[in-house]
Design a protein around this ligand. Structure first.
Ligand code: GUN
Length: 292
């Protein structure tokens, strides 16, 4: 069993981005600029957005954080997005999800200029990805592809089973793994909550991506010897032994599955850390496309 270490890989990606930005600055090219909108004060969202801003500083990107009140109207939020769309200095825009119930997420995502959609959630980005055209790839599936690339894990011809069909993880993951790229060319089965006999599928998998959001769901008797296990779960569960009062749990029962696996991502310290590098790579790309 080999651990796929998100700490090591994300640090390497951040370092690469930093030298690219240093290089841009020396050549007098534009500094990439990421703008994030945070509505309300959801604990997890606060943490994620703070980490995104901190990484911008570390890499040398400019960043803007716009904080809006929980009870802001949808219309005001759309106006804020439009200001960022019009601002030529802003290369990437993200609106942290989830949003309060009275705001329609799809409307907000569609309001973002697709050229600045560094989350890859806009229908234009999703469509381009599905067609195999250049696209912003959502951070989690992109981070997983960067992980496979870093460890040079062969995927062509392998059977990948993706559990979970969300628009931001499972579905784009299935497209990437089945696509014609160096770390694609898999035969993909996309499983979800309505799948009959899930174990029948996972037992056949060479690669399993668990992205269903149920802590400890994937057990040892559900995987075949030597399988590559990618754990996307990041559920917060109460843990009084931790200073924060909670622990982060993955979708994989690590103690049972790790000894059987060929490669496995830990939680925490796996896929979660990769998403920042993926988002920042998209932001640099947006800047390069718009400003050279
Ligand atoms: N909420 C959870 N993950 C994400 C993400 O990747 N982007 C945004 N904008 N919100 C999220």
């Amino acid at each position: 069993m080999q651990l796929l270490d998100g700490k090591v890989v994300s640090a390497a990606i951040i370092q690469q981005l930093k030298s690219k930005v240093d290089d841009r600055k020396q050549k007098g090219l534009k500094t990439p600029h990421l703008a994030a909108i945070l509505v309300g004060s959801n604990g997890a969202s606060e943490t994620y957005v703070a980490s995104k801003v901190r990484h911008c500083e570390q890499i040398g990107f400019d960043s803007t954080l716009i904080r809006l009140d929980d009870n802001i109207s949808e219309e005001t939020l759309l106006q804020e997005i439009e200001k960022l769309n019009q601002d030529n200095d802003v290369d990437g825009i993200l609106v942290q999800l989830p949003l309060p119930k009275h705001i329609k997420e799809s409307k907000v995502i569609e309001a973002i200029n697709a050229d600045k959609d560094v989350d890859g959630f806009h229908p234009v980005s999703a469509g381009n990805l599905m067609l195999g055209l250049p696209s912003f790839i959502p951070a989690t599936p992109y981070g997983i592809m960067l992980m496979l690339e870093h460890y040079n894990i062969p995927t062509a011809g392998k059977h990948a089973v993706v559990i979970g069909r969300s628009n931001i993880v499972g579905r784009p993951m299935s497209v990437l793994l089945s696509g014609q790229s160096k770390y694609g060319n898999c035969t993909v089965t996309l499983c979800h909550s309505k799948t009959d006999d899930l174990k029948k599928h996972t037992l056949q998998a060479d690669i399993i991506v668990a992205a269903l959001g149920k802590p400890g769901f994937l057990k040892g008797d559900m995987v075949k010897e030597g399988a590559i296990i990618i754990d996307v779960g990041i559920t917060r569960v109460e843990d009084s032994t931790k200073k924060s009062g909670f622990a982060i749990k993955g979708d994989v029962d690590f103690a049972e599955v790790a000894p059987k696996s060929g490669y496995i991502t830990p939680v925490p310290g796996g896929v979660g850390l990769m998403t920042i590098g993926a988002l920042m790579t998209n932001t640099l790309q947006a800047c390069e496309r718009m400003h050279g």
